[in-house]
Design a protein around this ligand. Structure first.
Ligand code: DOR
Ligand code: ZN
Ligand code: ZN
Length: 354
């Protein structure tokens, strides 16, 4: 049995559900799930209730995070036509700006050009703009990157047409980057037909050809693996109107390390996709003396051992090639042999002066 040591991984797409969704996840359980998954820094999404669209909400949520987090956390500000005038005041508290162009969980949406123009003109140049953009909305994002000459990061790209368009944009030298999720790499629409709501998320699972396109572009066009960890309770998923989204923090590295064991990507590429590129793209601080030890031994993913409050994963029962044995953050062992050893508040919160 061999052992691999990786740098602390970074997930630039996590839903931590604070405020308003604490029955699904909170800062403690979400960051515990991160550490159990070998992830030492995460960026939390703004589609909370209320959403992270004003400096007041943002400051209050950052203060709550500082009490509870086990790993390092930054938060996205959410773009909204209702609060667009306060965008500049919001920026100091945020790691980046998130613009939702397409329908998903929660009411945050931007569907008008004046709001898009205000975002691109007023959001500080040293902070990134990320987009939930599907199908032709990707072309909208690429157009804005070209017009304003500023970087755009595309979240959870899932279709052949989207990744090929981004490859074309990169070929033309446009400043665009993108992430894909493990669920879009390892599942397809047949899994949705089999599992229903438990395999429903936005973007929806792709066709086998979409999945093949993502794997083809993993060595070049794709910049990051991001989880889109989107926990909802089993009761919510089994309700008449199930919300979209699945957990991902604890299964991302086990799945990707399995792809390495199967020679579908190299370990060096995994480190670029899950650590180096996320840090560079989002301009995130270094984490000295931080690493993750992985035991390369066949392991079965189990819902019962999850730290995420939602307590279920669509990958339950899957066999993977390794398990996270120990995580060290800034010289301190924070996770070992299935146990969290860090104390609440141990993590650093980006955007808080300390
Ligand atoms: O499936 C999803 N769930 N996609 C998103 O974009 C949002 C997320 C959520 O917040 O539940
Ligand atoms: Zn999204
Ligand atoms: Zn998301």
């Amino acid at each position: 049995m061999s052992q691999i040591t990786l740098p602390g991984l970074i997930d630039v797409h996590t839903h931590l559900r604070v405020p308003g969704g604490e029955h699904k996840e909170d800062f403690y359980t979400g960051t515990a799930a991160a550490l159990a998954g070998g992830i030492t820094m995460i960026l939390g999404m703004p589609n909370t209730s209320p959403p992270l669209t004003t400096p007041e909400v943002m400051q209050a949520v950052l203060a709550r995070a500082q009490k509870d987090v086990l790993c390092d956390v930054g938060l996205f500000a959410g773009a909204s036509p209702d609060y667009i005038a306060q965008l500049v005041q919001l920026a100091p508290f945020a790691a980046a700006l998130k613009i939702y162009l397409n329908d998903t969980f929660g009411p945050l949406r931007v569907e008008d050009v004046p709001t898009l123009r205000a975002c691109f003109q007023n959001w500080p140049a040293d902070k990134l703009i990320a987009m939930h953009a599907e199908k032709q909305s990707v072309a909208v994002g690429i157009g804005l990157a070209a017009v304003y000459g500023r970087a755009v990061h595309f979240c959870h790209i899932s279709r052949r047409e989207e990744i090929e368009l981004i490859a074309d944009a990169k070929m033309h030298g446009l400043p665009v980057t993108c992430e894909v999720t493990p669920h879009h790499l390892f599942m397809n629409e047949a899994d949705y037909r089999r599992m229903g709501a438990l395999a429903d998320m936005r973007p929806v699972l792709g066709t086998p050809d979409d999945v093949a396109a993502l794997w083809e572009h993993l060595t070049e066009t794709i910049d990051c693996i991001a989880t889109d960890h989107a926990p909802h309770t089993l009761a919510e998923k089994q309700s008449p109107k199930p919300p979209p989204g699945v957990a991902g923090l604890e299964t991302s590295l086990p799945l990707m390390i399995t792809a390495v064991a199967q020679n579908r990507l190299t370990l060096d590429r995994l480190i670029q996709l899950m650590c180096d590129n996320p840090r560079r793209i989002y301009n995130l601080p270094p984490q000295p003396e931080t690493w993750v030890e992985v035991e390369m031994t066949p392991t079965t993913i189990r819902s019962e051992t999850m730290f995420s409050k939602c307590g279920w994963t669509p990958f339950h029962g899957w066999e993977v090639a390794g398990r996270i044995s120990r995580v060290t953050l800034r010289g301190q062992v924070v996770y070992e042999a299935g146990k969290i050893l860090a104390a609440a508040g141990n993590g650093r919160v980006l955007g808080m002066s300390d």
